[in-house]
Design a binder for this molecule. Structure first.
Ligand SMILES: [Zn+2]
Length: 136
């Protein structure tokens, strides 16, 4: 189900808690909501749809990655860039890493690990910040 986007800075500033089996419907809503905004958005965190759990959905090319409890294990090559956010207006400067290694669980709670670069890596970092209550 497509959910409305949270823009309340107090809610967005709260740290998300561990995702569990009961949160899978929220992961599906996050997927649906990202699909509804995909012409101008490449990633979303669950707290952006009012569910303060550690779930993110990011575009990886044409595919959507749903990551439960993602953790960034390694970062390489910092760079200065500008980003927008569906929950905020305008673009802001931020520092990201070109390459990251990430561990997460898929929707079957199987452990996954991967290396991401470029736009996908940037989206994962932006959404992982959301889980910590950090906005650009
Ligand atoms: Zn954002």
């Amino acid at each position: 189900m497509v959910r409305p986007i949270v823009r309340d800075r107090f809610l967005l500033g709260m740290k998300a808690t561990e995702a569990a089996q009961a949160d899978l419907p929220a992961a599906m809503d996050l997927f649906d909501t990202l699909m509804a905004h995909r012409d101008h958005c490449i990633g979303m965190a669950a707290n952006m749809i009012g569910k303060n759990k550690r779930i993110i959905a990011v575009m990886n090319g044409e595919e959507v990655l749903i990551m439960l409890n993602p953790r960034i294990l390694e970062k390489k090559e910092p760079w200065e860039t500008e980003e927008g956010c569906l929950s905020l207006s305008g673009v802001r400067k931020t520092t990201r890493w070109r390459e990251i290694r990430v561990a997460w669980q898929d929707i079957h709670f199987r452990p996954k690990e991967g290396v991401f670069r470029g736009l996908t890596a940037q989206a994962i970092q932006h959404e992982a910040d959301h889980l910590e209550g950090i906005l650009i």
